[in-house]
Write a protein that binds this ligand. Structure first.
Ligand SMILES: Cc1ncc(COP(=O)(O)O)c(C=O)c1O
Length: 444
């Protein structure tokens, strides 16, 4: 930071402040993580200076002999780790990766079918009206049932009726395992393509604690900055099943990335991804991801004991969603109060949420970040107590001030609740103490 401090002290200060925030709060957003130290080193290198449009040995620019080696090594590691015949490591992030798959394999207006936002799908899975995937394709979405679970019989009925060209099996907050075999059987009935988006659970798959879609899907996409602890980026894989269906599928994906959607790849990210893939092949990575799930299950059990309603009544992954309708607290108020107490998570829609996405009825939390700090079951029990204490205090304040849930959509009302809840500062002090006991450290 020596040069940065001298040239731009304003930005240097802000980065320092963000570093402090990350050190002194509990990272509970399930899509976030601490990239490994080696990954961060690879990111801050001269590789950012190079233009390399195209692919190894077929670039538009000269001077790419070394970049070619880096990208080929990254691809080799990904192919080996996941056991797939084709990989593209150039997508800038998860959303462009999904877009590239659609661009490669579909025509405009083709029918796609993904899980709805409230049920746990991602914006790129065909959310209607407001997203590219929902506007340029004909999107029919499936939902979870009243128990918060995907009902595969209902899904099959919908697929037989709608006959989509592509089905997406992937989620951002569905806390249970997906049955990729069943997805494939359903897709095969209408000859649909099956794309698995395993962005959230890729680390869990590597660790063998989550089902692997590679034998069943034609294409698999994943981000690289969540449970993988790599740089912000994404990978697109074509499976043996995908190539059997269309031997040109890999080529089509390559063309969709460039010239279809992107320009030059981010070479510093490619190198950092190669590092993350090397780290992910170690036994310590497997143990780390197993611990993520153990931690999430303890946290979920403790919260249920304290009378919280969890989507699908628990989790078998890294993520859980708390429905706060019983507590009569808006997701926004809960998330903001928990942040004040040092626990950073996000407001979230719950299945069949009567409220709009910006004022949802729940919160989403997960354990990848806190597990990266070395926290285990004991700390999860403590965390559940602090979450409960925070939310109970908010309830008490609301009762005292006679604030009903409909008033909480106003920012000023939420600020008043938080300001009037004394205990948040106390909890925050204890959270900071815990964070100091568990500094972010090298895991590998
Ligand atoms: C399942 C899933 N797919 C795709 C994405 C998009 O990734 P990005 O934010 O890198 O574009 C996300 C992001 O959270 C995700 O959860």
């Amino acid at each position: 930071m020596k040069n940065l401090k001298k040239i731009d002290p304003e930005i240097a200060e802000l980065i320092k402040a963000e570093e402090k925030r990350q050190k002194e709060t509990l990272m509970l957003i399930p899509s976030e993580n601490y990239a490994s130290f080696a990954v961060m080193e690879a990111l801050g290198t001269v590789l950012t200076n190079k233009y390399s449009e195209g692919y190894a040995n077929a670039r538009y620019y000269q001077g790419n002999k070394i970049i070619d080696q880096i990208e080929m090594l990254c691809i080799k590691r990904a192919k080996k780790l996941f056991g797939v015949p084709f990989v593209n490591v150039q997508p800038y992030s998860g959303s462009p990766a999904n877009t590239a798959v659609y661009f490669a394999l579909l025509e405009p207006k083709d029918k796609i079918m993904g899980l709805s936002l409230a049920s746990g799908g991602h914006l790129t899975h065909g959310v209607p009206k407001v997203t590219f995937s929902g506007k340029y394709f004909t999107s029919v979405q499936y939902e979870v049932d009243k128990n918060g679970l995907i009902n595969y019989d209902s899904l099959e009925k919908l697929v037989l009726k709608e006959k989509p060209k592509l089905i997406i099996a992937g989620t951002t907050h569905y806390p249970r395992k997906l049955d990729f075999k069943r997805f494939a059987e359903i897709a095969d009935k209408v000859d649909a393509l099956l794309m698995a988006d395993v962005s959230h659970v890729i680390g869990l798959i590597i660790a063998g604690v989550y089902p692997n879609p590679i034998p069943y899907a034609h294409v698999v996409t994943t981000t690289t900055h969540k449970t993988l602890r790599g740089p912000r980026g994404a990978i697109i894989m074509v499976t043996a099943k995908g190539l059997k269906r269309d031997p040109l599928m890999g080529e089509k994906i390559n063309k969709a990335i460039i010239p279809g959607l992107q320009g030059g790849p981010h070479n510093h990210v490619t190198a950092a991804l190669a590092v993350a893939l090397k780290e992910a092949s170690k036994q310590s990575f497997v143990l780390y991801n197993r611990q993520i799930v153990k931690n999430a299950q303890v946290l979920a059990t403790e919260l249920i004991k304290k009378d919280y309603e969890l989507m699908s009544n628990g989790t078998d992954t890294h993520v859980m969603v708390i429905d706060l309708r019983k507590q009569q607290i808006l997701g926004n108020t809960a998330a903001e109060a928990l942040e004040e107490a040092g626990m950073v998570l996000n407001k979230n829609k719950v299945p069949f949420d009567p409220n709009p996405p910006f004022y949802p009825s729940g919160i989403r939390l997960g354990t990848p970040g806190i597990t990266s700090r070395g926290m285990k079951e004991k700390e999860m029990k403590q965390l559940a107590r602090w979450i409960d204490e925070t939310l109970r205090s908010v309830q008490e304040t609301k009762n005292r001030l006679r604030i009903t849930i409909d008033l909480e959509r106003k920012r000023s009302v939420r600020e008043k609740i938080i300001k009037s809840t004394e205990s948040l500062k106390n909890i925050n002090r204890k959270v900071v103490e815990l964070c100091r006991k568990f500094p972010v450290k090298k895991l590998y």
